[in-house]
Design a protein around this ligand. Structure first.
Ligand code: FAD
Ligand code: NAI
Length: 467
């Protein structure tokens, strides 16, 4: 095989594989290297995909167990956890093999091995059999992603004290699960195990769940989760985890300091964020600049300070989301190919796949206030949406924020059924620089959940008709 390429992509996740695919489409020869053994990165192997498979399956289980009766359906339901896990693994296997197929289709060489940059334009790959391959290319894209943030003094064994990776593969339903961190992972995976029968307690350092998300939506979300049986300890920190005769003893105390309390549990899930992953890559040796948080520093065109070395995805600044990595990958490949790659960071949606889902895009009300932007708000609750009534899923609302003068949509937050799909029309509207009136005057089919988005948009100008 040739060892000279137009670009070498290190990392086979959404940042890496999409960069290699786009380079191939643009006629450039890429190598895509991943050390994991399968392609698709965190997202396909231990992130987005397995978590969504378990969220779907556990939601159906819970629905059949608890909600079918309300619809006049009698069912006897029991859980087959190994089969549920096997279905998850099957989906992961199909999709990771699909990435290898796409790389091949776009004439990118998929290489399994650990890559290290030895000099600008040079990458050494240690293969599974211990042999090395020396590759050269005028462009190297770092797409090495992120890893679990550790809690000082607490060892993750992936059995009793787990990260998201262990929480996606527990062999039995824990009687009690304590989640550290009320962020996306904690609430998604907490939901999976809650639905399958665990008592779930969430310990969060801040005084709210899902920091960064519109506060009104976040509070409503916490109320819904509490109704589902979650217990929250906010403004609280975990200071230690000890093995007990049966289970674990977790010491917590108020975030601001104060009396300690011990909570007994069977499994602890540490979900306090993720950190950029660049270990062993040789970045310091070749002089690639990194910030205090260990992220690779790039300019707006994904160029690092070393000519010919680029970075995209979780390893650089910004939200750690698969579609953000994917968009940066396409833009970076286009820039390398001499085109005008660009990502609109004001229109990147974010979704929490719980039930109901939470979806946001653009600015929150708190961010607009802090920036001194004059805005108007339109809201619409799902209790007033006909389709939500027919599917018995009326928790939540749509909230749209628009510029007070121009009416340009500045942000949207949705708590509700299918929120992750509903947000797409607002993202598109924002991409086109639309006003709330543009959404309000667009015909939406009836009866659909999308009508809630339209009614909220009408609400910006005070003419919500169905409430
Ligand atoms: P990664 O996907 O992390 O890929 C980097 C790859 O680089 C890894 O496979 C790693 O093995 C490889 N690598 C690292 N160093 C080297 C080296 N030296 N040599 C060779 N290979 C190397 N995002 C969403 O948008 N939606 C979701 O629903 C979602 N759910 C998630 C659920 C969980 C439990 C987790 C943990 C994350 C989730 N994410 C989700 C986040 C998403 O997975 C990441 O944002 C995304 O994977 C980042 O893509 P990336 O290509 O930058 O990095
Ligand atoms: P997160 O940043 O979403 O949440 C971490 C939470 O832990 C925060 O609420 C934070 O205040 C809290 N915290 C931090 N230190 C703490 C401590 N010592 N004690 C108690 N609480 C503490 O991070 P999370 O949930 O680990 O997810 C990592 C990233 O993975 C997300 O930010 C997201 O980018 C990505 N992800 C995306 C998903 C999606 O798009 N649906 C799903 C899962 C992960």
């Amino acid at each position: 095989m040739a060892d000279t390429f137009d670009a070498i992509v290190i990392g086979g996740g959404p940042g890496g594989y999409n960069a290699a695919i786009r380079l191939g489409q643009l006629g450039l020869k890429a190598a895509c290297i991943d050390k994991r053994g399968t392609f698709g990165g965190t997202c396909l192997n231990v992130g987005c995909i397995p978590s969504k498979a378990l969220l779907h399956a556990s939601e159906r289980f819970h629905e059949a167990e608890s909600d079918f009766a309300k619809l006049g359906i009698k069912a006897k339901v029991s859980l087959d956890l190994p089969a549920m896990m096997a279905q998850k693994s099957k989906v992961v296997g199909e999709l990771t093999r699909g990435v290898e197929f796409l790389l091949k289709k776009n004439k990118a060489e998929a290489i399994t091995g650990e890559a290290r940059i030895t000099a600008p334009g040079k990458v050494s790959v240690t293969l599974a059999d211990g042999k090395t391959r020396e590759l050269t290319a005028p462009n190297i894209i770092i797409a090495t992603g992120s890893d679990v943030a550790q809690l000082p003094g607490i060892t993750i064994d992936e059995k009793q004290v787990v990260s998201s990776t262990g929480a996606l593969a527990l062999e039995k339903v824990p009687g009690r699960l304590l989640v550290v961190g009320a962020g996306v992972i904690g609430l998604e995976l907490g939901s999976v195990w809650r639905r399958l029968g665990s008592e779930v307690t969430v310990v969060e350092f801040l005084d709210r769940v899902t920091p960064g998300i519109d506060l009104e939506i976040s509070k409503a979300f916490q109320r819904v989760l509490t109704k589902q049986g979650f217990t929250f300890h906010l403004s609280t920190k975990v200071t230690g985890v000890e093995k007990a005769k049966s289970g674990l003893k977790v010491t917590v105390e108020p975030a601001a300091g104060g009396d300690k309390q011990v909570i007994e549990t069977d499994v602890v899930l540490v979900a306090i964020g993720r950190v950029p992953y660049t270990a062993g890559l040789g970045l310091a040796e070749v002089g690639v600049a990194m910030d205090k948080r260990g992220r690779v520093i790039t300019d707006n065109h994904y160029k690092t300070n070393v000519p010919g070395i680029w970075a995209v995805g979780d390893c650089r600044e910004g939200v750690m989301l698969a579609h953000k990595a994917e968009d940066e990958a396409a833009a970076c490949a286009e820039i390398i190919a001499g085109k005008a790659g660009h990502v609109n960071y004001d229109a990147i949606p974010s979704v929490i796949y719980t039930f109901p889902e939470v979806a946001t895009v653009g600015k929150s009300e708190e961010e607009l206030k802090a920036a001194g932007v004059a805005y108007k708000v339109g809201k619409f609750p799902f209790t007033a949406n006909a389709r939500a009534k027919t599917i018995a899923a009326t928790d939540g609302m749509v909230k749209i924020l628009a510029d007070a003068k121009t009416d340009k949509v500045l942000g949207c937050a949705i708590l509700g059924p299918e929120a992750g799909n509903l947000i797409a029309e607002v993202v598109l509207a924002m991409e086109f620089g639309a006003s709330s009136e543009d959404i309000a005057r667009t015909c939406h089919s009836h009866p659909t959940l999308t009508e809630a988005v339209r009614q909220a948009a009408m609400g910006v100008e005070g003419w919500t008709m169905q409430m």
